[in-house]
Design a protein around this ligand. Structure first.
Ligand code: F6R
Length: 249
């Protein structure tokens, strides 16, 4: 795991954008894995700014999002489908038909999960997966205890995750109880992973990720088994780390 320490959220977003843009510009065809939440919003804004200023094209890019709430349609303002359009897709030239997000309204949710993994496979897999991290170590919506072998599946969200996400809803009661998430096995199949973390609330998680043991009790720890992971995290998120040998600036 390569760990890049940056000053703050803004620098994390800029460094992550440069990283991703270098891959997008170099390739004729690239499949990105994308996350939602607060962490990648700055990255997406940087990509939009770059698209407007430098005209970087996404015509050759396809994407798969990590997760979606069950019960929300794609145009619900709190759906991740809506988030992606608002925060990125509507502002760059990626063909919408190249973008994939699991449907939280599918009649056959198990079938939707299986079809999602098959679709990723049929597109040749994910070249670069962007991840945030939950304070309990979740990646996607893979909560503590999730099997490292899990494919895309349905999860019941923990109270702490529902609380963390309640900031986007009018009340915690409105936060859906279940979601579809790419599984840990699905995430690990990505050729390369870029995990972003910023701020005080991620301190414990970053310490466990870098210094803790690999355990299903802390899902992100599995990333230590992947051969191509880069973490870009800010000083605040890394404040509890003792093992500064890993850091490059
Ligand atoms: C989002 C996702 C989640 C978030 C995590 C951190 O698609 O899969 O794992 O990355 O909950 O969320 P933020 O970035 O809001 O702190």
């Amino acid at each position: 795991m390569k760990l890049i320490e940056v000053k703050d959220y803004q620098e994390m977003s800029r460094v992550a954008a440069d990283y991703l843009l270098s891959k997008v510009k170099k390739s004729n065809k690239i499949t990105l894995g994308l996350a939602t939440g607060g962490t990648p919003q700055g990255l997406y804004q940087e990509l939009i700014n770059d698209h407007q200023e430098n005209k970087t094209s996404y015509q050759h890019v396809s994407s798969f999002n990590l997760d979606e709430y069950i019960g929300l349609s794609g145009n619900h303002p709190n759906s991740y489908c809506h988030y992606m359009k608002e925060n990125l897709f509507n502002h760059i030239d990626i063909p919408l038909e190249n973008t994939h997000i699991p449907s939280g309204k599918a009649a056959d949710l198990d079938g939707e999960c299986q079809a999602y993994d098959e679709k990723i496979h049929s597109e040749g897999g994910i070249d670069l997966q962007v991840l945030g991290i939950g304070s309990n170590g979740h990646i996607g919506f893979n909560e503590p205890g999730t099997s490292f072998d899990s494919p895309t599946h349905i999860v019941e969200l923990t109270p702490s995750t529902r609380e963390a996400n309640a900031r986007y809803f009018d009340s915690i009661e409105e936060v859906p109880s279940h979601a579809i998430t790419m599984g840990i096995a699905s995430i690990l199949k990505s050729k390369e992973i870029l995990l972003l973390a910023s701020g005080h609330s991620k301190q414990d998680a970053m310490k466990k990720l870098v210094e803790g043991k690999i355990s299903e009790d802390f899902p992100a720890s599995v990333l230590n088994r992947h051969s191509n992971v880069t973490v870009i995290a800010d000083e605040e998120a890394l404040a509890l780390l003792k093992n500064h040998k890993l850091l490059t600036r």
